[in-house]
Design a binder for this molecule. Structure first.
Ligand code: EPU
Length: 441
C-alpha cells in the first residue's frame, strides 16, 4: 500500500494544470452503453475509479482503449451482457450509473447494490435512482444484494428531490435512461452540478434531445437510437479547488490552469473573505496572500453552494485561520472522517454531529495519519504541507481514486513530498489489493 510523506513548511509557488473531471468522466463512460457505435472520451483523468469503470464496462461487453493523450475509446463487443457484478460495483458507488443505460439500451439490468460506505450514516441510499426508473416504467426488484430491473421505458414526469436536495448521479442515471425512453420525460428538481451538464452535452452529441440543460428541470424527448461521438471532459473543479487550497494553506502563490472559474465561485468568494487575493482569468485562477488568514464559516450545499467535496480540504485550511470558524456539512451525515486525524496533528477541532468548530490558528506537527476516503485524504495532505516535521498519510489508494498523481503536482509547486510503499503493521498478513479496495467515495 502506498503512503505519502510530506515535510511541511514550504510555501507553494508556480502554476499547475487541472485534470479532467472524475465525476464527469465516470457517468459519461457509463453513457457509452447507450450506443453500439464507438465513442471517444477525451481528457479522462488517470484514476483508479476510471480503471474500475473500464473494468465494469469490459464485463458489460464493451472494449475500452486508452491512448497516450488521455482519451478512452469505447466500443460494444457483446450487447447481450447486463450483469454488473458485486466484486467491482462494491468498490465504487458511481457504478450505479450503469443501471439506467443498461435498462434503456439492453432492456434489462442486474447491478449489485453499491453497499456500505465510509461516510454517510445509514449508507448512501439509491432510492431516488430506483424511484426515477420506476416512474419511467421499469419493473425493479432487489434480490440477494442486486438491483434487477427490466421493462420498456416510457417518458414520464418525475421529481428527484430527496431529504438533502437532489441527487447528482441519480439525475445522471435517469437522464441517460430517458434519452431512449419512448416519448417525453420531465425531470424536476434535477441536480444543477456542472457534471450533469457535461453529461447532457455528451448525450446531445450522441443525438439525444434534451432541453433545460443547466437548470433544475430537464426535458428529454426520447429517440430510437443514439450514435457514437467525441467528447472532451470538463476540468475537475474539485481538484482545482484542492490545489488552490494547497496554495492558500502554505501562504504561497499558486495559479491553477484549465479551470472554469464560474464553477468555483463559492470557493473563491470564501477564500476572498478569508483574506486571500484571487486573480480570476478566463480559464485560470491565481491565489496569493498578504499573510493573515481570517476565520470564516462554511456550510456545504448542492451546486452552486459550497461543495461537500471541498469541505475536508477547507477544514485543513481553516486550522490556520485567526479566530473561530464554523463548518456545517449538509449533504452527507458524518463526512468528518478527517477531523480525528487532523486533531492528531494538533488541530483541536470540536465536532458535534454535522457541525465542526475550529479555533485557530493552530501550529500543526507532523505525525502518521490515515486517509479514510478520497477527500479526507486530500485534507490530510494539505495539513501535512504546513505541519512542522514529517506527516505520513497512509492508505493513499483513497486519494488515487480522484487525484491524478497529486504528489507530483504538489512537488512541481515546490512541496517536499514523496510517495513510497508501506506495509501497515496491523495488516502485515493482508496482501495489497490487486483491484480496488472496498471503500467508496
Ligand atoms: N440521496 C438519497 N437518495 C438517493 C441518492 C442520494 O437520499 O437515491 C442523498 C444522499 O444520501 C446525500 C444526498 O442525497 O445525502 C446527495 O447525494 P448524491 O446522490 O447527490 O451523491 P452522489 O451522486 O452519490 C456525487 C459525487 C460525490 C459528491 C456528491 C455530492 C460522483 C461519482 N459522486 O455523489 O463525489 O460528493 O455527488 O456533490 O459524482 C467525491 O468525488 O469525493 C464524491 C463523493
Amino acid at each position: 500500500m502506498d503512503q505519502i510523506i510530506i515535510d511541511g513548511g514550504a510555501p507553494l509557488s508556480g502554476s499547475v494544470t487541472v485534470q479532467g473531471s472524475k465525476n464527469s468522466a465516470l457517468p459519461i463512460l457509463f453513457a457509452t452503453i447507450l450506443t453500439e457505435d464507438r465513442c471517444t472520451i477525451n481528457n479522462v483523468p488517470k484514476l483508479s475509479d476510471v480503471r474500475t469503470t473500464q473494468a465494469i464496462l469490459e464485463e458489460l461487453g464493451m472494449h475500452c482503449n486508452r491512448d497516450h493523450h488521455g482519451a478512452i475509446c469505447v466500443e460494444t463487443t457483446d450487447p447481450t451482457r447486463t450483469l454488473a457484478d458485486y466484486d467491482l460495483v462494491s468498490t465504487m458507488r458511481a457504478s450505479i450509473c450503469s443501471l439506467g443505460p443498461l435498462l434503456a439500451r439492453r432492456g434489462k439490468a442486474k447491478v449489485s447494490l453499491p453497499g456500505g460506505c465510509v461516510f454517510g450514516a445509514g449508507g448512501r441510499p439509491v432510492d431516488l435512482h430506483l424511484k426515477g426508473l420506476e416512474a419511467l416504467g421499469a419493473q425493479i426488484k432487489v434480490e440477494k444484494g442486486y438491483i434487477i430491473a427490466e421493462g420498456k421505458l416510457k417518458g414520464a414526469a418525475l421529481d428527484l428531490s430527496g431529504p438533502r436536495g437532489s441527487t447528482v448521479t441519480g439525475t445522471a442515471n435517469i437522464l441517460m435512461a430517458a434519452t431512449l425512453a419512448e416519448g417525453d420525460t420531465e425531470i424536476r428538481n434535477a441536480a444543477l452540478e456542472p457534471e450533469v451538464t457535461d453529461l447532457a452535452i455528451f448525450l446531445r452529441g450522441m443525438g439525444a434531445q434534451i432541453e433545460g440543460v443547466g437548470t433544475s428541470t430537464l426535458e428529454v424527448h426520447g429517440v430510437k437510437e443514439l450514435h457514437g461521438t467525441d467528447h472532451i471532459v470538463m476540468p475537475d473543479r474539485i481538484e482545482a479547488g484542492t490545489l488552490l487550497l494547497a496554495g492558500a494553506i502554505t501562504k504561497g502563490s499558486v495559479t491553477v490552469k484549465n479551470v472554469v472559474p464560474k464553477q468555483l465561485d463559492k470557493l473563491t468568494a470564501c477564500l476572498e473573505q478569508a483574506g486571500f487575493a484571487l486573480a480570476i482569468e478566463e480559464d485560470s485562477i491565481a491565489i496569493s496572500t498578504n499573510g493573515r488568514i481570517r476565520a470564516i464559516d462554511i456550510s456545504t450545499r448542492a451546486y452552486p453552494g459550497f461543495p461537500t467535496d471541498l469541505q475536508a480540504p477547507m477544514t485543513a485550511l481553516l486550522t490556520q485561520a485567526e479566530g473561530v470558524s464554523q463548518i456545517s456539512e449538509n449533504i452527507y451525515q458524518d463526512r468528518f472522517q478527517h477531523i480525528p486525524e487532523l486533531n492528531r496533528l494538533g488541530a483541536g477541532i470540536d465536532q458535534d454531529n454535522d457541525h465542526a468548530t475550529i479555533d485557530g490558528p493552530k501550529e500543526l506537527s507532523g505525525a502518521p495519519v490515515m486517509a479514510s476516503d478520497l477527500r479526507s485524504g486530500a485534507s490530510l495532505i494539505l495539513a501535512g504541507l504546513v505541519a512542522k516535521g514529517a506527516t505520513t498519510v497512509r492508505r493513499i489508494y483513497h486519494v488515487d481514486r480522484g487525484y491524478e498523481a497529486i504528489e507530483k503536482k504538489l512537488a512541481l509547486l515546490g512541496a517536499s513530498i514523496r510517495r513510497e510503499k508501506a506495509v501497515e503493521k496491523t495488516e502485515e498478513a493482508t496482501p495489497e489489493p490487486t483491484r480496488i479496495p472496498v471503500h467508496q467515495d
